[in-house]
Design a protein around this ligand. Structure first.
Ligand code: PEP
Length: 256
């Protein structure tokens, strides 16, 4: 029998390569003002600024219920990896880290194996990985979306212990919906979210009922409620709209 579990919604803002340090501080301050009343109790709110502004945002949100995430990590603890940031540097500053974002997979050639290593390193470091999966438009049109996403989920969860699956968060982000203004519709996203949980259950057992699955891809204040209404979708990973505190707050409130 399935174990019913409450999954607190999570909304994460991926600021990508935007904001100067001063802008990051301002945006964090505005977001705390807009969401401080519900964050941490009704919803987990995670801000993911650029690496160079992690400390600024850490200090700005200190004492508020908002959480801090990084946009990627290196799975090695330290060493000769110019330009990289390891989990040992993030631990203590962040609680979350995005891994396998499609922009990292596409522009920096991160493979499923890399995403798996990063997921395991994040878990070992006590960070919640927000692992991204999603198909390209040609794959959806060829009827291959489900098989492709299931393969990505199997790869990223390889070696994740059943007891750790609740600490994992997976974001379904179809590539054709990211930054395009063309979001998936609610039922399509729900179907894939259910598939993701099914694969996690197959690999890691009933603990997968506690794993959060987010939708990401052109989420706005206008369409957030459609995703929030779908069982199996436990929140959102928001790119562009997270750069506007009011829009991000409206999206977040749709999930409460
Ligand atoms: C993202 O990059 O994770 C994302 C969902 O972007 P956007 O909301 O801008 O589509």
């Amino acid at each position: 029998m399935a174990v019913l579990q409450e999954r607190r919604p999570m909304v994460a803002g991926n600021w990508k390569m935007n904001t100067t340090d001063a802008e990051a501080g301002d945006l964090a301050r505005e977001t705390v003002r807009a969401l401080g009343d519900i964050a941490g109790t009704d919803v987990d709110v995670v801000l993911c600024p650029p690496f160079v502004s992690l400390t600024t945002v850490y200090e700005t949100i200190a004492g508020s219920p908002l959480l801090l995430g990084a946009q990627t990590l290196n799975a090695a603890p330290k060493g000769a990896y110019t330009g990289e940031v390891s989990w040992t540097m993030l631990r203590g500053l962040c609680t979350h880290v995005i891994v396998g974002h499609s922009e990292r997979r596409t522009y920096y050639h991160e493979t499923d194996e890399d995403v798996n290593k990063k997921t395991l390193a994040a878990l070992d470091a006590g960070l919640t990985p927000i692992a991204c999966v999603g198909e390209r438009l040609e794959q959806r049109e060829a009827g291959q979306a489900h098989a492709y996403v299931a393969g990505q989920v199997r790869a990223l969860l390889d070696g994740v212990a059943p007891g750790a699956i609740r600490e994992v968060c997976i974001a379904y982000e179809p590539l054709w919906a990211i930054g395009t203004g063309r979001s998936a519709d609610g039922p399509v996203a729900r179907e894939v979210a259910a598939l993701i949980r099914g694969v996690a259950r197959e690999l890691c057992g009933e603990g997968a009922e506690g794993m959060r699955v987010l939708y990401g891809g052109s989420v706005t204040a206008a369409n957030a409620a459609e995703f929030a209404a779908q069982p199996d979708i436990d929140g959102a990973l928001v790119g562009g709209a997270s750069l506007d505190a009011a829009a991000f707050a409206a999206i977040t409130r749709a999930f409460v």
